[in-house]
Design a protein around this ligand. Structure first.
Ligand SMILES: C[S@@+](CC[C@H](N)C(=O)[O-])C[C@H]1O[C@@H](n2cnc3c(N)ncnc32)[C@H](O)[C@@H]1O
Length: 301
């Protein structure tokens, strides 16, 4: 299948800047990169809680990048057989090395494009679990990508897609748009990196000074210089699930925030919030917390 122009640009970006720029042998591993791995472990525990039969099953992670998050799944769900599908050969190379460095032997990595109509021939589906973190919102055809993944999922299988949240992404997206006006040529990485560093030097993201978080160019490129990005509200994600015959089961960030409502609301309003139905409570959490990512799990009907 010939690649469309957007997909070619996305692939080129991740060939130059494999993401996350985490390498298990990197001297920063303990300090910084472990977070991505730990988030993979926490997501895996949450999914296993939703469906304990995932243990021993087959798992596809679409757009697995350098594999760090998927390694978290592989180490957390008992006897799971994981496949990491990744378009960028460079990212796949890092992923293989990372899995080896972390003594993981239940993942295989396959190079391929989610949008490829012959994708199933490269893979050993159908799968019990399909995950995709931070990928579908970068596709030239997100709806087509999701449909393709659903053809690889068993009936009653679990799908978990993690998408950029409209409210949490607002500020980085405005920076991204400003850079695109100042230097529209997406191949001019050096100049675009310089512009973005100047624009964000005094800002904070996740309460941290950007200079500290973004030591590595790959973080900047992924967060601020992406060639293709679509953001979603929780209601939009739920509509997509319902429209594709996926029964929404749970929202990761929403369920975590539910435990700490007093951090999101004045104490006097916490009881009122708790009295809301699940969906309205999630909507309230979304506008108070403004999450950067929305990780929603669902079951194929
Ligand atoms: C933001 S990174 C996320 C990596 C990983 N999922 C994580 O969360 O750490 C997006 C990844 O998706 C891959 N990707 C983007 N479009 C793809 C496509 N059409 N098919 C397969 N992989 C794709 C990119 O190459 C990149 O490695």
């Amino acid at each position: 299948m010939t690649m469309d122009e957007i997909t070619k640009k996305v692939e080129n970006m991740y060939i130059h800047f494999p993401y996350p720029p985490d390498h298990a042998k990197d001297r920063f591993w303990k300090k910084r990169n472990k977070k991505t791995f730990q988030r993979g472990c926490r997501l895996a525990e949450w999914l296993l809680g939703l469906d304990p039969t995932l243990a021993g099953g087959k798992h596809l992670d679409a757009g697995s990048g350098t594999g760090i998050r998927l390694i978290g799944y592989a180490k957390t769900i008992p006897d799971i057989h994981c496949t990491g599908l990744e378009m960028s050969p460079e990212s796949k190379k890092h992923a293989v090395a990372n899995a080896k460095a972390m003594d993981v032997d239940n993942i295989k990595f396959v190079q391929g494009n989610i949008l490829d109509e012959n994708l199933s021939q490269k893979l050993d589906g159908p799968y019990d679990l399909i995950t995709s973190h931070g990928v579908i919102h970068h596709l030239s055809d997100p709806a087509g990508g999701l449909s393709r993944l659903l053809t690889l999922l068993k009936p009653n299988g679990i799908i978990m897609i993690s998408l950029y949240g409209t409210f949490g992404r607002h500020e980085p997206d405005m920076v991204r748009r400003a850079v695109s006006l100042l230097e529209p040529d997406t191949e001019k990485y050096e100049k675009r990196l310089r512009i973005v560093r100047e624009l964000i030097s005094k800002k904070k993201l996740f309460g941290k000074k950007l200079k500290t978080k973004f030591k590595d160019d790959a973080y900047i490129v992924d967060a601020y210089l992406h060639v293709q990005e679509i953001n979603y509200t929780l209601d939009e994600v739920l509509d997509i699930y319902n429209g594709n015959n996926i029964q929404p089961l749970s929202w990761f960030e929403g369920e975590n925030a539910r435990k700490d409502l007093d951090k999101l609301l004045p104490e006097s309003l916490v009881d009122d919030a708790r009295a809301l139905c699940d969906l309205d409570l999630w909507r309230l959490i979304e506008v108070r917390k403004r999450p950067y990512m929305l990780a929603v799990a669902g079951r194929k009907k």
